[in-house]
Ligand binder design. Structure first.
Ligand code: TXA
Ligand code: MG
Length: 342
């Protein structure tokens, strides 16, 4: 299959392929999604196949409006959901609601009686959904286990030959996947941290709890995606939690006598001696740019099989930092540099 890169003007071509049950990757403000018509079970099934994704892991249903949600969700009291949609949509918040019986296939829900909805903040994609007239399923458009794609080229690298098209709208703004909020539990629960923070949610709907702990073997996770290995490059990622730790971390990694790479803010790269590093990647000037560039950095280093260690800058895990550290911890298997290792 030939994979065609489409410009944001080529919406009607993309919509036509989707209507035929084909797969088209689409841009959002978080990461690129792998789109299929959510009302077509065969199309949704082929999403799992293209990604190599376990089929018990349910898909997010992308809508062009809150109204589109109520065709597929069965919610007696809509007030909480409406407040959230009003404040955060379009934007990086996914809301889990009870599914309306008989509307969406098991392929989409992973056999659960709930379904995840999101209205992405990208004009081309909202236009695409409206043109199709139906919602799109959209897991991140990467091979399962790889970092999510923040550029059309990342999608092409992973999925060329497996999907019909990629709607290319340049780099994604946020760079980390949406906050997933379960509204079906008695207390609204964050299952995956993202750019919409716990505090921002609490300001709108009151108490919100967080449940993105590491799933133990044998445990049934609330968000099935949490049990799978994620974002892990072939090299060992080692998180350096403070800027002061970079010097001892560098001494430690040099003692390993293996090629290593460093990813950190430009101001950090400017302060340390990188002559021994095989590769470096600047995460820009702050947490926003670091989140925007995290997956691109991991992907870039993964192209060089010689690299055995990646020293990666950590940030305080609050607000957007909670989302950044959640992804970085997964890519590192929770390995942090402690100065005593030096
Ligand atoms: O930012 C995003 O959310 C991106 C863009 C493309 O929209 N999409 C994305 O989808 O990250 P995906 O499939 O890679 O991640 C969806 C997460 C998974 O961890 C999945 O297990 C969880 O949401 N999820 C989906 N439906 C669920 C449900 N009904 N109950 C609990 N968790 C659910
Ligand atoms: Mg994903």
């Amino acid at each position: 299959m030939k994979t065609t890169i489409l410009s944001p003007e080529q919406i009607s071509q993309a919509a036509q392929w989707l209507a035929e049950g084909k797969l088209v990757a689409f841009p959002t403000e978080t990461v690129y999604g792998l789109g299929a018509d959510a009302t077509n079970p065969q199309a949704a099934q082929s999403v799992y196949e293209a990604k190599g994704r376990p089929s018990d892991n349910p898909l997010i249903v992308h809508v062009d409006s809150p109204q589109m949600v109520w065709q597929y969700a069965d919610v007696a009291d809509k007030s909480l959901a409406l407040k959230l949609m009003d404040n955060f949509w379009p934007g990086p918040l996914t809301i889990i609601l009870p599914v309306k019986a008989g509307t969406l296939s098991k392929t989409v829900t992973g056999g659960l009686d709930t379904v995840a909805f999101r209205m992405p903040d990208n004009k081309a994609t909202l236009n695409l959904i409206s043109t199709l007239g139906r919602p799109l399923v959209g897991p991140s458009a990467n091979t399962s286990g790889k970092p999510s794609p923040t550029l059309a080229q990342h999608v092409y690298h992973d999925l060329q030959g497996k999907i019909s098209g990629i709607l290319d709208d340049g780099p994604t703004r946020v760079g980390l996947e949406s906050t997933v909020l379960d509204l079906t539990s008695s207390i609204p629960t964050i299952l995956r941290p993202g750019a919409v923070s716990q505090q921002q949610l609490q300001e709108v709907i009151g108490t919100v709890q967080s449940d993105h702990h590491k799933v133990q073997p044998g445990e049934i996770p609330k968000a099935p995606g949490m049990k799978y290995k994620h974002y892990a490059p072939q090299a060992q990622v080692v998180i350096v939690d403070t800027v002061e730790d970079f010097e001892p971390a560098l001494s430690w990694v040099k003692q390993q006598n293996q090629p290593f790479a460093v990813m950190a803010e430009q101001s950090v790269l400017d302060q340390i001696d990188l002559t021994a590093a095989r590769a470096t990647f600047s995460l820009g000037s702050n947490l926003d740019s670091a989140s925007h560039l995290l997956f691109a950095a991991l992907r870039k280093f993964d192209l060089d099989p010689q690299i055995k260690y990646i020293l990666a800058q950590g940030f305080t895990a609050s607000g957007l930092g909670a989302a950044y550290m959640n992804r970085l911890n997964k890519s590192a298997g929770n390995k942090h540099f402690k100065s005593q290792e030096a």
